[in-house]
Design a protein around this ligand. Structure first.
Ligand code: GLA
Length: 387
């Protein structure tokens, strides 16, 4: 891949003098959905698919961007003086946002760069292609200019840029999973204090299969920010009678006792999901450690039901993929992953059932939805690297 990136760089920017190649992964979340902005737990892992870059410093302040995924846009030019939030709505808002965020954090980027990207994560699929670009940009800036930031800070800078430059009020899960990825392991992260633990994912005779609905989802114009506000509303009502900072502090029993204080019935359902999903993530990690994979799968299924009925972020595409998956013998668990409203599902499928799974779920999906889903048998990869 490195050679391909360098060749493409030379084609677009003239030569490869001083160019380095880099990679940052995408991520899939196994369980703990819509809990990261509620002070709960998440359990994502980095993938071996992701975003590749070829980059070099410039002597002036110009920024030149090129994406192999959006060749029709050609070279997009900007400069360090021209980094204003919300300016244009193309993919360069992600790297620009990160350059801007470094400056906001007191690390002014001293010179321009030429940056060429290629991603093999399906765009807008819910596997965090944008967070991958953000972490990758931060990783490149650190490598180029020697900024004193560790990978955890790269994740926080990525999230800051997404929140403040791109206007999406996302939590920390995606950037953290990408910046801190470890091959063969998922990351059990407590988003209330960023403490984390790596848990080996040993599935023995099964694999992680991602099904992409091919329904495009723009996080910004989705109902993501609205869900977040609904949870905040529920929290404010609860705080009138109990001293908590986030929904993630409540057990299921505590929530059942207290929920009557939440005035809006919709907010009750949103909060119920946040509380139960957080507990499910904790239980799922325990189950995985004890090799109780069947129970892990059950928790995944319950996660989907809660996201469908209480949180209402699934939609007919994701529901079809998951409900068809549940019918297949050898499927241990299946649920939507990421923000929802389109994007992907994640399933744990026994090796011997994978072909049937892809065939059956694929056919049923196309019949009902009218277009095809794509399937990926994935591996858990590491964090960002120089190639
Ligand atoms: C998106 C956000 C994450 C997280 C998930 C839902 O991927 O970027 O922060 O909230 O949705 O779990």
């Amino acid at each position: 891949m490195k050679e391909m990136m360098l060749r493409k760089f030379a084609e677009v920017f003239g030569d490869t003098e001083g160019v380095k190649a880099y990679f940052a992964p995408g991520r899939v979340n196994l369980i703990g959905e819509h809990t990261d902005y509620n002070g709960g737990h998440v359990f994502p892992c980095a993938l071996t698919i992701g975003t590749y870059a070829a980059a070099r410093k410039r002597q002036d302040n110009r920024l030149r961007f090129y994406s192999v995924n959006f060749e029709e846009l050609g070279v997009i030019e900007s400069s360090l003086e021209d980094l204003k939030p919300y300016k244009e709505a193309d993919w360069t808002n992600y790297p620009k946002g990160v350059i801007w965020a470094f400056a906001q954090k007191g690390m002014e980027v001293p010179g321009g760069m030429d940056l060429l990207l290629y991603g093999n994560i399906p765009n807008g699929s819910g596997l965090s292609s944008s967070a991958s670009v953000e972490v990758l940009t931060g990783f490149i800036l650190r490598d180029m200019f020697g900024f004193p930031v560790d990978n955890e800070e790269l994740a926080l800078i990525g999230q800051f840029s997404e929140n403040r430059f791109n206007g999406v009020n996302c939590g920390i899960m995606d950037q953290f999973a990408i910046a801190m990825g470890k091959a063969g392991h998922a990351i059990f992260l407590d988003t209330s204090n960023l403490s984390y633990e790596y848990a080996p994912v040993r599935l023995e005779d099964a694999k992680i299969v991602i099904a992409c609905s091919n329904k495009k989802r723009g996080l910004g114009d989705s109902k993501y920010n609205e869900r977040r506000q609904e949870c905040e509303k529920a929290l404010r009502d609860l705080q009138r009678i109990v001293d908590i900072k986030s929904l993630g502090e409540l057990s299921e029993e505590e929530f059942e006792t207290l929920e009557g204080v939440i005035s809006d019935p919709v907010a009750i359902r949103r909060a119920r999901h946040a509380v139960y999903e957080n507990r499910r993530a904790v239980k799922a990690v325990e189950a995985l450690k004890e090799n109780r994979i069947e129970f892990f799968g059950k928790l995944m299924n319950n996660s989907h039901i809660s996201l469908r009925d209480d949180y209402e972020v699934t939609g007919v595409e994701l529901d079809t993929l998951v409900e068809e998956a549940w019918k297949v013998d050898g499927v241990i668990g299946s649920r939507m992953t990421g923000a929802g409203f389109g994007g992907c599902t994640v399933s744990i499928v026994k090796d011997k059932a994978i072909d049937t799974f892809i065939e059956q779920v694929g056919a049923a999906y196309e019949k009902k939805i009218g277009y095809k889903a794509d399937f990926y048998v994935v591996e858990i990869g590491g964090g960002p690297t120089v190639l």
